[in-house]
Design a protein around this ligand. Structure first.
Ligand code: C2O
Ligand code: CU
Length: 546
C-alpha cells in the first residue's frame, strides 16, 4: 500500500484551553495533536523526535492491531524502551481496517498532559451508511497539575488522591467567560483566549462525527442539543444502527455517530455540545462546545441553557447502552462457540506496604526495566517474574459487595500470561467493592493488539454455570475497549493470533499507574527480528549493535 508519512516533534508548550496556563506536552505545538488521515491498507510512518529535554516518551496507536509489527505498539516497558530526550524514533505500521482510532503517550501518566490525537482510517470499500461530511471530536479531561505531580501524589504515604479534573475538553477546548465565575449558561461572550471549540455544519445534511475519549479518569456523556445521534461504528467496527440522545464514552473508546442537521429552522442559531462527567460524583464543570450552523457567527452562544445531561449515578442507562452496541448485520463475524481457556480477573483496590494499589486476582503489576517483548524474544526472561499470575480468584468465598477483609496485594514486576498461539481466550472482568464501603468504580479496559468479541455484561458475581449461557454468540460487537460497570462483570473473547506481547489494562491513567494491568504473550517465536531502535534500556544494552 501507499506510505502515509508524518514528522512529529514532541515538546513542551504552554496552553490555556480553559484559561488556565498549563505546561502541556504537545505534538508540533498542538493539543490535541494532528489527526492522522489515512486510507485502509496504507502504511503509516511517524517519525517522532523527543524534544522534551528531560523526559522520555513513547506513543501508542490505540486500536491499531500492529499485525507483524509488535515493536511499533509504542507501549514503553512492554514493546520498547522509551524514546530518550533528543532521540528520534520511527513508528511504522499498516492501518489494515477502516475506522476511528486514536494515539496517545504510553509512558508514565503523560497522556494527562495533552499528548493525544485521532487516527481516521477511511474505508477503501463501501460503508453501510453515507454522509456528506465528517469531523473528529476528541474528548479529554484536564488537570492543572501535571503528570509529575500526580505521580508523586499517587505514590505518597499517606496516599494523596489526584481528585477530579479541573475541566472537560472537547477537541482540546473548554469554555470560559470573560468574567471569572460566570456560569457558562449566563455567559454573554466567550473569552477569546479560551473560546469553545466550534464545529461548522451546513443545514439539511447528514454528518458523521468520529468521537473518541482519552480521559485520564472520567467517564463522559456526550450530547448535542436538539440533535439525536445514530451510532454506526464502535472502535473500528460497524454497529447495527441505534439512536441515542447522549452517548456514553469510557476512556479508550471511539464511536462514529450520524447526525442530521435541520434543513431550515436552525439557520438563526447555534447549538450546544456538552460533555459531562458521569459514573463519579464530580465537581468538574461539563465541557461545552458549539455546533455552528452555517451563516451564524462561529462563536455565537446558543440562546438556551446547555442540556444538563443524565444523572451521574444512572448506571442502568449506561449498561443499556453497552448492551445495545451490536455488530452490523451485514458485517457479522461471529465468535467461535467455545474457548480454550477462561481467565477471570477480579478488579480490586488494595494496599501494598501501606500504599494504595489496584490489582487483578490480588496481583498488582509493576512494569519491568527491560521491555517484555525484548526479554522474551532475546531469552532474557530472567528479568521477568516467573510466577504466573492466577487465572482466577477465590470465587466461592470472596464477597464482591463489601470492603475486602484483607486488602494486602502482591506486587509483580514483569508478570505475564502466556497464551497458546491461536487459542481462543475468554476474559471475565469481575468488579468488586473498593476499600471504601458502598463504592465500586467503573473501569474502562483496553486490549492491545486485538479486537475482542463482547460476549456480555452482567450484575453481581459472574456465575460460570449460568452466565455463560447468556452470552451473545450471534452478533456481538468487536471492540478494543470496554467498560466494567460497578459491581458487575464483563465477558470478552479473543483469538490469540497476533504474535507479540500485549498489554491489557484499565485505561484510567491513575489505575494503570497503580498496577491495574496484565500482559499477554502469544506466538513469541513467530515474532520477526526486533529493530535495534527499540533497545537501549535495562538488560537490552548488549543487544544494541555497535
Ligand atoms: Cu490507549 Cu495501553 O492504551
Ligand atoms: Cu480502573
Amino acid at each position: 500500500g501507499k506510505v502515509n508519512k508524518h514528522v512529529w516533534d514532541v515538546r513542551y508548550n504552554y496552553v490555556s484551553p480553559d484559561c488556565y496556563k498549563k505546561l502541556a506536552i504537545t505534538i508540533n505545538g498542538l493539543v490535541p495533536g494532528p489527526t492522522i488521515h489515512a486510507v485502509e491498507g496504507e502504511t503509516v510512518v511517524v517519525q517522532v523526535t523527543n524534544s522534551l529535554v528531560t523526559e522520555n516518551v513513547a506513543i501508542h496507536w490505540h486500536g491499531i492491531r500492529q499485525i507483524g509489527t509488535p515493536w511499533s505498539d509504542g507501549t514503553e516497558s512492554v514493546t520498547q524502551c522509551a524514546i530518550q530526550p533528543g532521540d528520534t524514533f520511527v513508528y511504522q505500521f499498516v492501518v489494515d481496517k477502516a475506522g476511528t482510532y486514536m494515539y496517545h503517550a504510553h509512558y508514565g501518566m503523560q497522556l494527562g498532559d495533552g499528548i493525544y490525537g485521532m487516527i481516521r482510517v477511511k474505508a477503501a470499500h463501501k460503508e453501510p451508511f453515507s454522509y456528506s461530511s465528517e469531523h473528529e471530536i476528541l474528548l479529554s479531561d484536564w488537570y492543572h497539575k501535571n503528570a509529575y505531580e500526580h505521580a508523586i501524589d499517587l505514590s505518597s504515604e499517606p496516599f494523596v488522591w489526584v481528585g477530579e479534573p479541573n475541566s472537560v475538553l472537547i477537541q482540546g477546548r473548554a469554555f470560559a467567560c470573560n468574567e471569572p465565575g460566570t456560569e457558562a449558561g449566563q455567559c454573554k461572550e466567550p473569552n477569546r483566549k479560551c473560546s469553545p471549540f466550534s464545529l461548522n455544519v451546513r443545514p439539511g445534511r447528514t454528518i458523521r462525527l468520529r468521537i473518541g475519549s482519552l480521559t485520564a479518569l472520567s467517564t463522559l456523556s456526550f450530547e448535542i442539543e436538539d440533535h439525536e445521534m445514530t451510532v454506526v461504528e464502535a472502535d473500528g467496527n460497524y454497529v447495527e444502527p441505534f439512536k441515542v440522545k447522549h452517548l456514553y464514552l469510557y476512556s479508550g473508546e471511539t464511536y462514529s455517530v450520524l447526525i442530521k442537521t435541520s434543513p431550515k429552522k436552525d439557520r438563526s442559531r447555534n447549538y450546544w455540545m456538552v460533555a459531562k462527567v458521569v459514573s463519579r460524583e464530580s465537581s468538574t464543570p461539563s465541557g461545552l462546545a458549539i455546533l455552528n450552523y452555517n451563516f451564524n457567527p462561529p462563536l455565537a452562544l446558543p440562546p438556551t441553557d446547555p442540556p444538563v445531561g443524565p444523572h451521574w449515578n444512572d448506571t442502568s442507562d449506561r449498561i443499556d447502552q453497552s448492551v445495545a452496541v451490536k455488530a452490523h448485520h451485514a458485517y457479522l463475524n461471529p465468535p467461535p462457540k467455545k474457548s480454550d481457556r477462561t481467565i477471570i480477573l477480579l478488579n480490586t483496590q488494595n494496599k501494598i506496604d501501606g500504599k494504595v494499589r489496584w490489582s487483578l486476582n490480588n496481583v498488582s503489576l509493576n512494569l519491568p526495566h527491560t521491555p517484555y517483548l525484548i526479554a522474551l524474544k532475546e531469552n532474557l526472561s530472567y528479568v521477568l517474574d516467573h510466577k504466573m499470575p492466577p487465572d482466577s480468584y477465590d470465587v466461592e468465598n470472596y464477597d464482591i459487595h463489601s470492603v475486602p477483609k484483607n486488602t494486602e496485594a502482591h506486587p509483580s514486576t514483569g508478570g505475564l500470561y502466556r497464551l497458546k498461539f491461536n487459542s481462543i481466550v475468554d476474559v471475565i472482568l469481575q468488579n468488586a467493592n473498593t476499600m471504601t464501603p458502598n463504592v465500586s468504580e467503573t473501569h474502562p479496559w483496553h486490549l492491545h493488539g486485538h479486537d475482542f468479541w463482547v460476549l456480555g455484561y452482567g450484575r453481581g458475581k459472574f456465575n460460570m454455570a449460568t452466565d455463560t449461557a447468556s452470552y451473545n454468540l450471534g452478533n456481538p460487537i468487536m471492540k478494543n475497549s470496554v467498560p466494567l460497570h460497578p459491581y458487575g462483570w464483563t465477558a470478552l473473547r479473543f483469538r490469540a493470533d497476533n504474535p507479540g506481547v500485549w498489554a491489557f489494562h484499565c485505561h484510567i491513567e491513575f489505575h494503570f499507574f497503580l498496577g491495574m494491568a496484565v500482559v499477554f504473550e502469544e506466538g513469541i517465536d513467530q515474532v520477526g527480528e526486533l529493530p535495534d531502535s527499540i533497545m537501549g534500556c535495562g538488560e537490552t544494552k548488549p543487544f544494541v549493535k555497535p
